[in-house]
Write a protein that binds this ligand. Structure first.
Ligand code: UDP
Length: 236
């Protein structure tokens, strides 16, 4: 039997990851593949919470000249569209899910209620957290950190386009070096491209490890949770 190191995890999927090659909107082939990967870890007995970003549809900072708060609320709504797409992809392959949103929209999702989320997780349902934290000026990385702390997740799996944390942008520099391990302080002090500083600080203060890995390689979620050395682990 595979040894399971993690009982409950928080998976953060950026909006960009859902867009696939298009760079915009939702690529349902990609959503389906991510759903298949989530199914594999649910079948391993791991409880899965998921936070989806919204960058494939709208990011607050795109709203040049707009009221920032309004632009951010639009971003939060974008995450709900993605949450529903992921829910649909998961349910189409027989994975039980619930979407809980930080902004009430009770015709389409449950409101975020921590104890209820915990119960769903215990029952093996994947809980997808939509609408970010419900507050402007925050990100979905911070949402992942916050919800991970609230649901007492053992690890945040941060799915990215790149396969880990590098000393400089690997797309621009061929000599960029990938780290196996970094500390929260390295991320903050060296400005490494992992999470924004609010999200990183929240993980640091609550001692939640973050595994940064590439979602483009199929099977990586299971690999990461089966103890294979992939990506970069951010810890104390
Ligand atoms: N957002 C927000 N508060 C939150 C989470 C998200 O205001 O708690 C808004 C913000 O405008 C952000 C957008 O939602 O730009 C989409 O989220 P994010 O940029 O984190 O998505 P990702 O980059 O992961 O796709």
């Amino acid at each position: 039997m595979e040894s399971i190191k993690y009982k409950r995890i928080m998976l953060k999927i950026s909006g960009e990851a859902l867009a696939g090659e298009n760079g915009y909107g939702i690529d349902f082939q990609v959503a389906k593949r991510i759903a298949e990967e989530i199914k594999e870890i649910v079948q391993m007995g791991i409880e899965v919470g998921a936070v989806v970003g919204g960058g494939n549809i709208w990011r607050g900072r795109q709203g040049e000249g707009m009221d920032r708060t309004t632009a951010d609320y639009m971003g939060m709504l974008a995450t709900c569209i993605n949450a529903m797409a992921l829910q649909d992809s998961l349910e189409s392959i027989g994975v039980y899910t619930r979407v809980q949103t930080a902004i009430e929209m009770k015709q389409i999702a449950e409101p975020f209620i921590r104890r209820r989320a915990m119960r769903h997780l215990e029952k093996g349902r994947v809980v997808i957290f939509g609408a970010g934290t419900g507050n402007p000026y925050f990100s979905t990385d911070t949402t992942a950190a916050l919800r991970a702390a609230e649901i007492e997740a053992d690890l945040i799996l941060l799915a990215k386009k790149v396969d880990g944390v590098y000393d400089k942008d690997p797309k621009k520099y061929s000599d960029a070096i990938k780290f196996d391990n970094v500390t929260y302080m390295d991320v903050l002090e060296k400005g490494l491209q992992v999470m924004d500083s609010t999200a990183t600080s929240l993980c640091m203060d609550n001692n939640i490890p973050i595994l940064v890995f590439g979602l483009d390689t199929p099977g990586n979620i299971k690999r990461a949770l089966s103890g294979e050395k992939i990506g970069t682990l951010v810890t104390k």
